[in-house]
Design a protein. Structure first.
Length: 388
């Protein structure tokens, strides 16, 4: 039985989430977000009431709240979208699905600059992801519009499976469950867009595998994440240092081969077909040199510096480079010797990148929160135990 203090903390947490969802439903300028909030506040309120009763174990309650506040709004929006509501998905959902169509017909998910400029809405022509992300749009490309072919459905299926397996490896982890499953940063993101959740889930799984000293499997997992988004590469670098520092040199080489080789293999067809299209989509557009501006414009320090100071973009990029050098110095002077130490380095590094990148979103902070939870919950894992 969970003690009364923990129950009250959890209940307050879910109540605050309910308030956030309610405010989102009433005030958000993004219609998919408002639709999420209109459903999610009820799910969070249910979670608050159950939490204070103590009748449901904390991790199981997090899964229940996740179902009520992410899966129910997601399926609702997917069904409404399939019925003709064009305002029931964020742009990234359309981008991933269109990238899949191009992948099937042209062998690459990317359009070049000329083709993007010829579109009625050039923003939807950009695919600022690695080629693997298009896989989530293949059901819609193959079977056409339906609620179950919505890319978010497949983001959710992948995320649930990966997080469930991560939790099996790490044992009962209430904070990880709350951070990855129940936070509005996660539920709102999955219900309305969702492309970051599989990447984050794979990153958490890679760390969990290093906790079991399964570095080759961790390399495969983080390599798959890198085939979806470049955001996974800093995680891979930290875990490589962990493998090397623990004295497992052969494991470190195998880890590196998969962690960095799989993204390159996924990228080769697109580079062979049109290297300039890849550069335009994945490098020029996110860095602010595309035909249109990225919608990732949350007022975090990097964005504020880039938009409000003379030569602000270069100042922000210089600060980002400085943060990277400081992180590299940290890794060299005090390399992580345990999975939880690596999780802390990852959380700090990703937070610095999110805060200082000129093109950024508040939602990316979910990465930081999740890895901080992995670090904080470190004392509950049994070293060497393999439950899978």
């Amino acid at each position: 039985m969970v003690d009364i203090t923990t129950r009250l903390y959890d209940s307050a947490f879910y109540a605050l989430c309910a308030a956030f969802a309610g405010v989102t439903a009433l005030t958000s300028t993004l219609l998919p977000h408002r639709a999420w909030g209109a459903i999610a506040w009820v799910g969070y309120l249910v979670g608050a009431l159950i939490a204070v009763s103590g009748l449901v174990q904390r991790t199981r309650l997090a899964w229940l709240v996740f179902a009520l506040t992410a899966l129910v709004p997601l399926v609702t929006q997917a069904v409404q979208r399939a019925a003709g509501r064009a305002d029931r998905a964020q742009e990234e959902v359309l981008v991933v699905e269109q990238a899949a169509v191009r992948l099937v017909h042209h062998g690459t998910p990317y359009l070049d600059r000329t083709a993007i400029g010829a579109l009625p809405d050039p923003l939807l022509g950009y695919t600022p992801y690695q080629p693997g992300m298009a896989v989530f749009g293949l059901p819609r490309a193959a079977f056409g519009p339906a609620w179950w072919t919505d890319a978010r459905i497949w983001f959710a299926i992948a995320t649930i499976g990966i997080i469930w397996y991560s939790m099996r490896l790490l044992g009962p982890r209430p904070l990880i469950a709350l951070a990855v499953l129940a936070l509005p940063l996660a539920t709102l993101t999955l219900a309305t867009g969702g492309d970051d959740l599989p990447v984050l889930a794979l990153g958490v799984l890679a760390v969990a595998l290093t906790a079991r000293e399964r570095f080759t499997a961790a390399g495969v997992v983080i390599g798959l994440a890198g085939a979806l988004k470049l955001f996974a590469l800093p995680i891979a670098l930290v875990l490589l240092v962990l493998a090397w520092h623990t004295g497992r040199l052969q494991a470190a080489w195998r880890f590196a081969a998969f962690a960095f080789g799989l993204p390159v293999l996924a990228l080769l067809p697109a580079l062979l077909i049109s290297p300039d299209a890849y550069v335009e989509n994945v490098l020029r557009f996110p860095s602010g040199h595309g035909l249109v501006t990225s919608p990732a414009q949350s007022p975090l320090p990097g964005h504020l510096i880039a938009t409000s100071l003379p030569a602000g973009r270069y100042i922000a990029l210089a600060l980002l480079l400085l943060a990277g050098l400081l992180l590299a110095g940290w890794l060299l002077r005090r390399p992580p010797a345990t999975y939880h130490a690596a999780a802390l380095v990852i959380a700090v590094g990703l937070t610095a990148a999110i805060l200082l990148t000129p093109t950024t979103r508040f939602g990316y902070l979910l990465y930081s929160v999740a890895f901080l939870a992995v670090w904080w919950d470190r004392d509950r894992v049994t070293p060497g135990h393999n439950s899978a």
